[in-house]
Design a binder for this molecule. Structure first.
Ligand SMILES: Cc1cc2nc3c(=O)[nH]c(=O)nc-3n(C[C@H](O)[C@H](O)[C@H](O)COP(=O)(O)OP(=O)(O)OC[C@H]3O[C@@H](n4cnc5c(N)ncnc54)[C@H](O)[C@@H]3O)c2cc1C
Length: 400
């Protein structure tokens, strides 16, 4: 009953659409546009996005169909879909192994600019986010500032119409693929550390900016350290007022956390778990099967939570709890599913990880299971650790 109530609430009159027709339309498009090589790249992904060349191809195909930004308003080139349409679309993409996009522009800075950018910034940046010509990375964390983000020390000094930036950002996912970065920098030493921060949009090809790779636990090159040596950023690239970037960064984090672990991503991983458990001898698998069933129930609940919590696709401005709750529950569930896959693969997963790239489907499947498990350890760290999310939720709910 509760499930029914939630789905009815979310298919309110404003979202009236012919569900069967919509799903048939999506399936027809996927059958045409999602070629086998793209599906295989979707299956092979162990990190946070598919191979970047594949991301670009899939991004373009969705853009040309008008479906690249399901939650963006139509006025800004989005599909303007309601929660049920987005849910069905994501579910079909996941069921067909569509590549996971490198989507910082689509999921975080694009929606942020729609809300808080100037007209000029929107006209300049949004079309290229939609087309995929611009890829964005996030420059928040620094060697001395992660959970304690207000400790950032990368400085920007105003000189005429530019800021001159010096310092370093770290763990910057996809900086080596991106041509733009959104970042927070210190422009003043305030009484409170949250004061004196400014939110900037930076071109990655600016003179003085350099990117050094960092390899992750699974051996993948996904993140980087970025160095700024007298990098000039035009004042026109500032979002919000000078020294008041904390509020902008907080809003960005709300948007990013709310979309950090979509239920459709978990559905895709759970499908892998179902296959992995099915491959285990029936006699030996009762515990694995009961855990799989428990995870299926958790995921069903999470799907309903996502549908109910984000009717517009965006959290409300004052609502810190919903994004943190979705991020916390989603990322921890992600890890539990990835662990089950490795356990179903058994010791073979570790052996296959050692032998990866050698040959054979079994080796690849085992290696993928272990690679995914290792990569997903980071899910409860990036976009704010689980402890950080719990602190945010506790502060807001208990009014601390
Ligand atoms: C794969 C990956 C990708 C990333 N991508 C990006 C990116 O693109 N851009 C970007 O800016 N950053 C990125 N990050 C950085 C990420 O946001 C930080 O790692 C994260 O915020 C934690 O900061 P830290 O690593 O400095 O750990 P710390 O803040 O030093 O935390 C260490 C431990 O202490 C705990 N802890 C800290 N403070 C508290 C507290 N007050 N209460 C309870 N426990 C606490 C933490 O939960 C954690 O377990 C990425 C990280 C990873 C792993």
């Amino acid at each position: 009953m509760a499930e029914l109530a939630i789905s009815m609430a979310n298919t309110a009159p404003s979202e009236a659409f012919d569900e069967a027709h919509f799903v048939a339309d999506v399936r027809a498009f996927l059958a045409r546009a999602l070629t086998e090589d793209l599906r295989e790249a979707g299956r092979a992904t162990i990190g946070v996005h598919a191979d970047i060349a594949v991301c670009r191809i899939w991004h373009r195909r969705l853009f040309e169909r008008g479906w690249i930004a399901p939650a963006w308003p139509r006025a800004w080139g989005g599909a303007g879909w309601g929660p049920r349409q987005r849910f069905l679309f994501d579910r079909e993409c996941a069921a067909n192994d569509a590549p996971i996009l490198f989507a910082g522009g689509l999921r975080s800075v694009g929606p942020l600019l729609i809300e808080m950018g100037t007209q000029r910034q929107r006209s300049r940046y949004l079309p290229a986010i939609l087309s995929g010509d611009d890829l964005w990375c996030q420059g928040f964390s620094e060697p001395g500032a992660g959970s304690d983000l207000a400790a950032i020390s990368t400085r920007a000094e105003r000189r005429n119409d530019d800021y001159v930036v010096n310092g370093s950002k770290i763990w910057t996912t996809g900086a080596h693929h991106s041509n733009r970065m959104f970042a927070i920098v210190r422009t003043q030493d305030g009484e409170r550390r949250q004061q004196g921060l400014t939110f900037l949009l930076i071109d990655m090809d600016s003179p003085g900016l350099s990117v050094a790779p960092i390899l992750g636990l699974a051996g993948e090159h996904e993140f980087n350290q970025v160095f700024f040596d007298d990098v000039r950023v035009p004042v026109a690239g500032r979002v919000g007022a000078e020294n008041e970037g904390w509020a902008v960064a907080k809003r960005l984090m709300q948007l990013a956390r709310a979309n950090n672990t979509p239920a459709a991503l978990l559905r895709r991983v759970l499908r892998r778990a179902t296959q992995a458990v099915a491959a285990v001898d029936r006699e030996q698998a009762p515990m694995l099967r009961s855990r799989l069933a428990a995870l299926e129930i958790e995921l069903l609940a999470f799907e309903q939570l996502e549908l109910a919590a984000l009717p517009s696709g965006r959290p409300g401005g004052a609502d810190q709890t919903t994004p943190s709750m979705l991020k916390l529950i989603g990322s921890e569930l992600h890890q539990k599913i990835a662990e089950l896959i490795v356990e179903a693969a058994g010791p073979y997963a570790a052996a296959a990880w050692g032998a990866r790239g050698l040959a054979g489907d079994d080796v690849d499947l085992g290696a993928r299971a272990m690679g995914k498990h290792l990569a997903v350890r980071a899910a409860t760290i990036y976009s704010g650790t689980s402890e950080t999310q719990r602190n945010v939720i506790a502060r807001q709910l208990l009014a601390l």
